[in-house]
Design a protein around this ligand. Sequence first.
Ligand SMILES: Cc1ncc(COP(=O)(O)O)c(C=O)c1O
Length: 370
Amino acid sequence: MNIPILDVKRQIRPIRRQLDAAIKRVIDNANFVFGSEIKQLEEEVAGYSGAKYAVAVSNGTDAIRLALLAQGVKQGDKVICPDFTYYATAGAIASVGAIPVFADIYPDTYNISIESTETILKKQGKKIKAIVPVHLFGQCADMKGIMGLAKKYDLKVVEDNAQAFGAEFRGKKAGTIGDCGAVSFFPGKNLGAFGDAGMVLTNNKSVANRLYLLRNQGNIRKYHHLIVGYNNRMDTLQAAVLRVKLAHLDSWNTKRLQNAAYFNRAFEGLGIKTPVVSGFSTHIYHQYVLRLDNRRDTLVEYLRAKGIDARVYYPLPLHLQECFKYLGYKAADFPESIKASKETLAIPVYPDMTKQERNYIAACIERFLK
Ligand SMILES: Cc1ncc(COP(=O)(O)O)c(C=O)c1O
């Protein structure tokens, strides 16, 4: 068997005709920048998520960056984010000239710890302007805790919703609880484009208006630039693809959930920790992450040898990354983040996986553990 972490080809096959037709329409209209599909996708994503505004942008990293800029985060401001996340969360913060301030995570959900965040805020509250919680692996961070801190310390909240588009926090869609939600449509995400694409969700009209300017060279009308903006537009082709795929997102997420439930049952009592779902969020299993003691690396190697594309997200916490050395953290800072980086692994959970593949993965892991 050969089971990739995600099989995009298999996802495309049943909707290929619709995708081809959508792409053909864009080519026929030759409206590659700001074609009608952009506005249509924005309306559909707003409708899907319940956000008042959905602003299509170039990718998820830029979605975070523009959301920070639109809310006045600037050079020298401090912005909190978890230490255990993909680089882009902190990269986006640093790209606006702000200083990333890392917080530790909870050992069960791997999401940002409210206690760790509050400790930082107590010490340096006045300098912190914003917080970027990450809904890691497909379930929401504790947004009640985050919003409580945001109110207390007067912080802007940008949800990094790159991995949980479609998940719900107490009945509200992820990305619509903070001031802004940043979505990534990177091809490997649960809703993936055919290249880079992203979206910013917000309920705030003036923030949305700033985002429209920022993503398009600060253009108020052609050749008149109100503010210094950038070229961070989404391609019409990506919007056309995403519109076809959006209609399938919930059913794909349900299949991921079913695969996860199967694995949870299969691994019961084997001494490996299955994903913990918090009481306040649904989980869309962007990744199905297992946790094992010091045998993690051996298990990953074993699974790879069996043709299963197990992955480690993420092997090196942000505070240990070379690029963030200048922040001056010590190696032992953020113990939960460090432990998670050493003990967790992701196994394939994608929706189109066959029952045989699922059984095979479970059987291989069981054999390894026994
Ligand atoms: C947690 C997280 N934040 C941000 C990003 C950045 O998104 P993109 O690759 O679309 O720039 C990603 C995905 O790559 C991600 O997983």
